[in-house]
Write a protein that binds this ligand. Structure first.
Ligand code: MOS
Length: 742
């Protein structure tokens, strides 16, 4: 009997192709007769193009076309009532307006990439420039635009009976802490630069686009919408995608430019953003200023929680959700709660979701001040969190579908050795290093989306599991193989997983930590459906040896049908019936009554040790333990990898990452992976990840909840809290660089 791979340590099925270079990313596809594009970007942040001299570029060797506002790509306005899937609210190269520094203003298409790039350098542009709005402080307070319907309200106030206002509740608390936090601009910095190759059919009625995406479905829908085509006329292929972190949930101008130019020229066109262009043409995590105020009893029990935020929302379009306050209304029990989210319109490049888009900035603030409550009351930080443990959501009153956060704290504290911590800052040293310990909570919504998946049983005893999701490095392809093998009872090597193609059954967006939890129940349903169909054929088809038998007498197990003293593999039966294969497609979604009844969240606890050099202020993360409660684990190796990656995001957020905006010009200072600092191996210790693996009884078949973004939430606060414990210095402005610790 094959041992099920479910929950085990499974190497990813695409590992070899990735490390040997066989994996083809968007720009790698060998498309015959392709022409190469190079995008020219603006050097002002706000204003108009007065004139553009393209004569030299047009005459340059190999150039086939130069597109710009006076020779544009001829896009029609969007269809009425079309979904707002594009982040940016204009079409590129269609008009002379400049909306941000680094916006596409022209594009050269030539026979080679080098010819296009060299010709692009010959274009001169004159602008009429206006002062851009770039300062979050100068343009605050923001406003509250309507939020997307699946988001909570921007404003939540829950007050205990007899309490007039959150301010009154805070004033009545024995212990009060308050701080204003600054989250600077951050970037996803996915390894694969954003790129698209577009090829139309001869009649120019159908187009295939190879582009890295977190959702081939969204990418295809967006283009179909822009091109006034039916969805089936657009095929998006992203078999491999070199990282997302939010930056590929929606498409950026590379795909639209490639499709438009390929249409105009009647040949395939490849658009690859330079690394510098990725920093502006792809949305960043917007700046946020937010203030948290907590009131507690002397025993550390919360009496009032307030979280108010002003976040950047670029005029050109951006992340419209709740980029700070979303966690605060769910994490701790409190009789008085107030969250308020406002948005400040700026002339910045587009912003967009970045790993834990609402939760990572929000949790840094809330969890830093929870540590301050511990300091002020003398109660241990873990104990403070236990004293405020929420059995129900404080904002909605709903119970959690499954919550084992207490166990995360307990197991984490033991694995890490938390009991050795000394509450007094600067009380542990090792030579010139001050040693501190810190902890914080992780929380992330456990959403599920409606998703289709298909299972195909073939006459050679193999199966194919298909769904139009993406594997952005998470191991989604391997999840399909694992669950297919588990449900069919056959070895993984007999299961071929397929994703990354919008023509497959409509699949999950690889976002919101919900791709696995959404996809797994659909694969389970499709496998069950395929087995049921196989049994039905066995008793109903005249060629079947079981023809006329009772359905109940023909059973399926481990790839074989058995009954009435006979047994044969499913492949053999299909062959006997003269069929190559049998395909069943199923959709599943979280039931509305479950959504009405439960809060679905995943949880975790971070513990870390930081050493700060007493002479240079240099902070180093030296130990890290994270324990997570995300329901059943499908692939223990990939799940641990996801949490490790999230914690590394936390190290970047806490200690390294920011991109200042140049005053006056609106230019983002960093535009490469040397100036924009992300953690490298030398910044990252061994990260100890423990998975609790308790299946969620309500989320769906197999009980798996999201965990992708969980590690990125709270990890920065754990580091900041350890920095405080080491040095006695508390910082609210990220990142906590060495100059701030002297
Ligand atoms: Mo993630 S920021 O939901 O792609």
């Amino acid at each position: 009997m094959p041992v099920s791979p479910l929950g085990r340590e499974i190497d990813r099925v695409d590992g070899r192709s990735k490390v040997t270079g066989a994996a083809q990313y968007a720009a790698d596809y060998p498309v015959a007769d392709v022409a190469y594009a190079y995008v020219v970007t603006s050097t002002i942040a706000k204003g108009r193009i007065l004139a553009m001299d393209t004569a030299a570029a047009v005459a340059a060797p190999g150039v086939r076309a130069v597109f710009h506002p006076d020779r544009n790509l001829g896009f029609r306005p969007p269809r009425a009532g079309s979904p707002a899937l594009m982040v940016e609210n204009y079409l590129p190269l269609q008009d002379r307006e400049v909306r941000y520094y680094g916006q596409a203003v022209a594009m050269v298409v030539a026979e080679t990439f080098e010819q296009a790039r060299d010709a692009a350098a010959l274009i001169t542009t004159t602008y009429e420039s206006a002062p851009p709005r770039i300062s979050l402080e100068a343009h605050s307070p923001g406003v509250q635009p309507p939020l997307p319907p699946n988001m909570g309200p921007a404003n939540v106030t829950v007050l205990a009976p007899g309490v007039d206002s959150i301010d009154a509740a805070l004033a009545a608390s024995d212990v009060r802490v308050e701080a204003t936090f600054h989250q600077p601009v951050q970037h996803h910095v996915a390894m694969e630069p954003h790129a698209s190759v577009a090829r139309w059919n001869e009649a120019r009625t159908e187009v295939t686009v190879w582009t890295g995406s977190q959702s081939p479905m969204i990418a295809a829908q967006l283009l179909a919408d822009r091109l006034h085509l039916p969805l089936e006329a657009v095929r998006v292929i992203c078999t491999y995608t070199g990282g997302g972190f939010g930056s590929r949930v929606r498409s950026w101008n590379d795909s639209i430019l490639a499709v438009g130019a390929a249409y105009q020229l009647g040949r395939p066109v490849k658009v690859v953003m330079t690394r510098e262009q990725v920093f502006t043409m792809v949305g960043h995590r917007g700046q946020i200023n937010h203030t948290v105020r907590l009131g507690a009893s002397r025993a550390g029990v919360l009496q009032a929680v307030s979280h108010e935020s002003d976040a950047e929302l670029p005029a050109v379009g951006g992340w419209p959700m709740l980029p700070a306050t979303d966690t605060t209304d769910t994490l701790y029990r409190t009789p008085n709660l107030h969250v308020r989210q406002r948005f400040v319109t700026l002339d910045m490049p587009p912003s967009w979701a970045m790993r834990g888009p609402n939760e990572a900035p929000g949790a840094f603030a809330l969890e830093t001040l929870m540590d301050e409550i511990a300091v002020r009351t003398g109660v241990d930080p873990v104990e403070v969190r236990l004293r405020n443990y929420a059995a129900v959501s404080p904002s909605t009153g709903k119970t959690f579908s499954s919550k084992h956060l207490e166990e995360c704290y307990r197991v984490g504290a033991r694995r890490f050795g938390w009991s050795a911590r000394r509450a007094e800052p600067r009380s542990r040293t090792d030579g010139e290093w001050l040693i501190g310990m810190g902890m914080a909570t992780a929380i992330y919504p456990g959403n599920r989306m409606p998703v289709n998946a298909s299972v195909e049983l073939r006459d050679d005893d193999t199966a194919v599991v298909s769904t139009a999701t993406s594997d952005i490095g998470t191991g989604a392809l391997t999840v399909l193989a694992i669950v297919g093998a588990d449900q069919l009872g056959i070895p993984m090597r007999k299961v071929t997983p397929r994703l990354g193609d919008s023509w497959l059954p409509p699949g999950a967006t690889a976002a919101g930590s919900a791709a696995t939890s959404s996809t797994v129940p659909s694969v389970v349903a499709a496998a069950e459906g395929a087995i049921a169909e196989l049994r039905r054929l066995a008793v109903s088809e005249p060629a079947s040896p079981w023809h006329g038998a009772d359905l109940a007498d023909v059973t399926y197990a481990e790839g074989r049908l058995s009954g009435a003293g006979r047994s044969m593999t499913f492949g053999r039966l299909l062959a006997v019936l003269g069929r190559k294969s049998l395909v069943v497609d199923r959709q599943t979604a979280l039931a509305p009554e479950m959504i009405a009844q439960y809060e679905f969240h995943s949880f975790g606890a971070h513990f870390c040790e930081v050493r700060v050099n007493r002479f240079t202020g240099e902070p180093r993360v030296t130990r890290f333990t994270t324990v997570v409660d995300a329901g059943r684990v499908v692939n223990a190796q990939a799940a641990r990898s996801q949490i490790v990656g999230g914690v590394i995001f936390g190290i970047g957020q806490a200690l390294l990452e920011k991109n200042p905006v140049e005053t006056g010009t609106g230019r983002l200072a960093a535009s490469n992976m040397a100036d924009y600092m992300v953690p490298v191996n030398a910044d990252v210790p061994d990260i100890d990840v423990h998975l609790l693996r308790e299946p969620d009884p309500h989320v769906g078949a197999l009980g798996t909840r999201g965990l992708g973004e969980l590690g990125a939430v709270g990890s920065a606060a754990a580091i900041g809290n350890a920095v405080y414990n080491a040095t006695g210095i508390r910082r609210y402005d990220l990142p906590i660089t060495l100059d701030k610790l002297l």
